[in-house]
Design a protein around this ligand. Structure first.
Ligand SMILES: CC(=O)N[C@H]1[C@@H](OP(=O)(O)OP(=O)(O)OC[C@H]2O[C@@H](n3ccc(=O)[nH]c3=O)[C@H](O)[C@@H]2O)O[C@H](CO)[C@@H](O)[C@@H]1O[C@H](C)C(=O)N[C@@H](C)C(=O)N[C@H](CCC(=O)O)C(=O)O
Ligand SMILES: Nc1ncnc2c1ncn2[C@@H]1O[C@H](COP(=O)(O)OP(=O)(O)OP(=O)(O)O)[C@@H](O)[C@H]1O
Length: 488
């Protein structure tokens, strides 16, 4: 593709007109380290670094043009000045990869919690109905059945367009984070369906307020195609607000909640046999799912509604939901020989913790023991609420280390102690090693108890701990094996 074609969308002039615009572009890079011969380098002012300071390095590596926001004179190669480099990256990536989303059915899922679960369940329903499906999200990306690892929930626009261009699947389901939306990572995409799961306290280290967080999430719905459909969980203030916002813009969202005037009405949750009754067009439907918890019933309803919109037969949807075995690290249950139930879950927001602990209670736990921690460098404002919820809903909590990121172990332990002293209750303890915290909970447990371990879910540990384990699930396995060996 010629440079002049790649940049024709921009009103800005190439700084030096004597430069060759007819040069053939071989690729695009937003990192100077990825630049190769005849690549366009897009300089981005980031949170840690400024891509403009790597322009020289990019040129040395073979860049044939640079896109950036700053005024630069005497550039030795064409320099295209734009207002917003992240946005420009999306525009040129879309062009370079030939508008790869144009012929795909694109489903975007946003919300604080439930994106991954809803996406996996929907993918399962579609595939069981013979529809091929790509998925882009937190745990991994799956394109044409091939799994690749990911850095972000929503990759940047360059990676995203490349993934889309590779996909031969009929449908693409992607999780869209608020970071992704504000950083223009989905620039150039138009969605057929946009789903809103919920909005809870999270990421207030990044967004200045819940209102701003909501505005960020709402941006996804501006990217609906003209005949695209929004599917919104309206059981909360923020869901209702989004629905009203869409209606103000002339859109008719499909709503899901427990009220009479919703499009899909959730009537009854039966946690004992994991069934939810919904009213769909005056028909009462019983949806049975092995997923535990009221929160998952909402995820089930969301996936059901979307599959119905995609014209999948009701019976097929119900069968697929019934057979869905769940998502790695999302309320994953491990029964212990002593009659204790251990749950590993990815909850790291107050609300998600509330749902997990409440689910354990509703499932008849004799006692609930909660093991969890706080991530270093992540929204500290939610910690107090997380502690209050566990103090209320668990019989005993053990605060321990989660990912430290750049925070030192010592500093984190001091934080845990101080938070527990101030906002916890006497039922809590701090154990500095995560694997030993899990061991302590297992050692204390009796038949009928539930141990709920939250925070890490499917993820591997960032730190080394005392027990040789790489994840919460590993730790449980290790401890069980150790016990068996001792008994032999
Ligand atoms: C804070 C944040 O969101 N950062 C994201 C952002 O990084 P950035 O562009 O600011 O990076 P930077 O390091 O400052 O570098 C600036 C520019 O200089 C360039 N550079 C840098 C060094 C060099 O030698 N040469 C060079 O060209 C970089 O390639 C970059 O273009 O843009 C990158 C590309 O899109 C993201 O990978 C990165 O996500 C980081 C890894 C991250 O942890 N983000 C989290 C907060 C996040 O986005 N999370 C959400 C999920 C949230 C949820 O749970 O719901 C997600 O979608 O993943
Ligand atoms: N609908 C829901 N409402 C409230 N909490 C939920 C819901 N679905 C899942 N959760 C909780 O949130 C955790 C993360 O779920 P999931 O991975 O599906 O959400 P996500 O939106 O992808 O999260 P993240 O953005 O953190 O990756 C679960 O382990 C569970 O504790």
């Amino acid at each position: 593709m010629k440079l002049e074609h790649l940049i024709e969308e921009f009103e800005t002039e190439i700084e030096d007109k004597s430069m060759r615009k007819d040069i053939t572009i071989q690729g695009i890079a937003d990192s100077s380290m990825d630049v190769e011969k005849d690549f366009v380098f897009v300089a981005i002012k980031g949170f840690n670094a400024d891509g403009h300071s790597f322009i020289e390095q990019a040129i040395q590596r073979g860049a044939c043009a640079v896109v950036g926001e700053e005024a630069i004179s005497n550039s030795s190669i064409p320099y295209i000045r734009v207002e917003n480099s992240r946005k420009a990256l999306g525009v040129i990536a879309n062009k370079f990869y030939g508008s790869p989303s144009k012929d795909k059915l694109l489903i975007g899922v946003t919300g604080t919690n439930g994106k991954t679960t809803t996406s996996y369940l929907l993918k399962h329903i579609l595939e069981e109905s013979g529809v091929s499906c790509s998925m882009i999200g937190t745990i991994q990306n799956v394109i044409n059945g091939e799994v690749t690892q990911c850095v972000n929930t929503t990759p940047n626009s360059l990676v995203l367009h490349e993934l889309l261009s590779k996909s031969r699947d009929e449908v693409i389901i992607m999780e869209v984070s608020s970071h992704g939306l504000t950083q223009h990572r989905v620039e150039g995409l138009k969605f057929d369906y946009c789903l809103f799961t919920n909005l809870y306290h999270d990421h207030l280290d990044y967004h200045a307020s819940m209102e701003e967080y909501f505005r960020a999430k709402s941006l996804l719905f501006d990217k609906l195609k003209a005949h695209g459909q929004a599917i919104v969980n309206t059981d909360s203030f923020w869901g209702e607000k989004l629905s009203a916002r869409l209606q103000d813009k002339g859109k008719r969202p499909y709503t899901i909640d427990e009220s009479e005037d919703s499009d899909l009405r959730l009537l009854n949750f039966n946690l004992e046999n994991s069934t939810i009754t919904v009213k769909d067009n005056n028909e009462l439907i019983h949806i049975c799912s092995p997923l535990s918890g009221v929160h998952n019933m909402y995820n089930v309803a969301m996936a059901y509604a979307t599959a119905k919109h995609l014209k999948i037969a009701k019976e097929r949807i119900l069968k697929a939901i019934y057979e869905f075995t769940g998502v790695d690290g999302r309320f994953e249950v491990f029964q212990q020989d002593n009659g204790t139930t251990v749950v590993v879950d990815y909850a790291h927001t107050p609300d998600a913790i509330f749902h997990c602990l409440r689910t354990a209670r509703l499932c008849g736990a004799k006692r609930v023991l909660h093991v969890f921690g706080f991530r270093g460098d992540r929204d500290p404002t939610k910690r107090r609420e997380m502690l209050s919820i566990t103090s209320e809903l668990s019989d005993h909590y053990i605060l321990t280390v989660d990912d430290l990121n750049t925070v030192s172990h010592k500093e984190m332990i001091e934080t845990l102690k101080s938070l527990s002293d101030t906002f916890g209750n006497e039922k809590g303890a701090v154990v500095s090693d995560r694997t030993l915290a899990i061991k302590q909970a297992l050692d204390q447990s009796e038949s009928g108890d539930w141990i709920v371990i939250t925070g890490k879910g499917h993820e591997k540990y960032q730190q080394n701990y005392d027990l040789p384990a790489e994840s919460d699930k590993d730790t449980i396995m290790y401890l069980n094996n150790m016990k068996k060996r001792l008994l032999e």
